[in-house]
Write a protein that binds this ligand. Structure first.
Ligand SMILES: O=C(O)C(=O)C[C@]1(C(=O)O)C=C[C@@H](O)C=C1
Length: 300
């Protein structure tokens, strides 16, 4: 995995991707193929540009908004279980089958199976354990290429893994142990995949921003000026709106619904302020990191 040196603290707290890019002219339509690599021949740059027509910053933002739902529901599902620390303990499984933690094995082995089913033939998807993944056994789909080819080398899942297990989990999983370790690991995987998809969506967002204002981006790219790129791609008002919206969604999705009029609206399945912080402190900064990394390779 190409891991980009990155400190989570190097970004000021400001905070949704790409399984479904929405066209502005019609109701949201999932068009995952827009990101995906072609087969058997790579299209020319010109072909890539013309094929990307219809993908706009607005349509990408609609997809990011839809992905907020996926992320919040995945957190709600994980919050059904307490911390369940044996899931993360390398010495919990006393057999040579698992030389690592349960969650590590569940993620790695699920990724191997999903790789065979073609998951990683789609450039929206990034494995957490990319080494020695088996090849896809399904017939290739002729996805349209939008991204500049060096994008394929960007994978910041190691940062996402560390953020999730070292910082985020303890903020929304209650302390305790109910023995449901396999289900806990499966829930972690769903959260990790949703977060990874969203954060790596930054590649597409960066591509569209570059196409819309290449004359602004090119000097900063040539100068390898990360700070200038970060400034160009940042929209503080959008970030503020994202943080407020995800907190509101966490309140709506996470409330107890009853048939009486005594809904306990003050108790939520995940704390809305944690969701807002997840976006402000980690998801959006990491999405911006992906954008910077993408732009730095955009003229290669
Ligand atoms: O909407 C954009 O312009 C994005 O680049 C996405 C995003 C985000 O991650 O939500 C990231 C950076 C911007 O400052 C605003 C929002």
């Amino acid at each position: 995995m190409t891991t980009i040196p990155f400190s989570l603290t190097s970004f000021s707290p400001p905070p949704p991707l790409f399984s479904s890019v929405f066209l502005t002219s019609s109701p949201p339509n999932p068009i995952p193929e827009v990101l995906t690599l072609p087969s058997p021949q790579s299209p020319t740059k010109l072909q890539r540009n013309s094929m990307a027509n219809g993908v706009t910053l607005e349509s990408l933002r609609l997809s990011l908004i839809r992905q907020e739902d996926t992320i919040i529901f995945s957190l709600i599902e994980r919050a059904r279980f307490p911390t369940n620390s044996p899931t993360y303990n390398e010495s919990y499984v006393p057999t040579p089958t698992f030389s690592c933690s349960l969650v590590h094995s569940v993620v790695k082995e699920t990724e191997a199976l999903q790789a065979k089913a073609g998951r990683y033939a789609n450039p929206e998807e990034h494995p957490f354990f990319p080494d020695n993944l088996p090849p896809s056994v399904v017939p290739p789909y002729n996805f349209t290429e939008v991204l500049h080819p060096p994008a394929a080398s960007i994978n910041i899942n190691k940062d996402i893994w560390d953020m999730y297990f070292k910082k985020l989990l303890q903020l929304f999983a209650a302390p305790g142990d109910d023995g449901n370790y396999a289900s806990t690991a499966a829930s972690d995987l769903v959260c990790l995949q949703a977060l990874s998809r969203r954060i790596h969506y930054g590649k597409l967002v960066a591509e569209v921003k570059f196409r819309e204002s290449s004359e602004e981006y090119e000097p900063a790219i040539r100068a390898k000026d990360r700070d200038a790129l970060m400034k160009l791609l940042t929209f503080e008002s959008v970030e503020e709106a994202v943080k407020k919206r995800v907190a509101k969604k966490a309140m709506v999705f996470g409330q107890e619904v009853t048939l009486n009029n005594d809904d306990k609206k003050e108790k939520y399945k995940v704390d809305p302020s944690v969701v807002s912080r997840l976006y402000g402190d980690w998801i959006m900064p990491l999405t911006k990191l992906v954008q910077v990394e993408y732009l730095l390779r955009r003229l290669d």
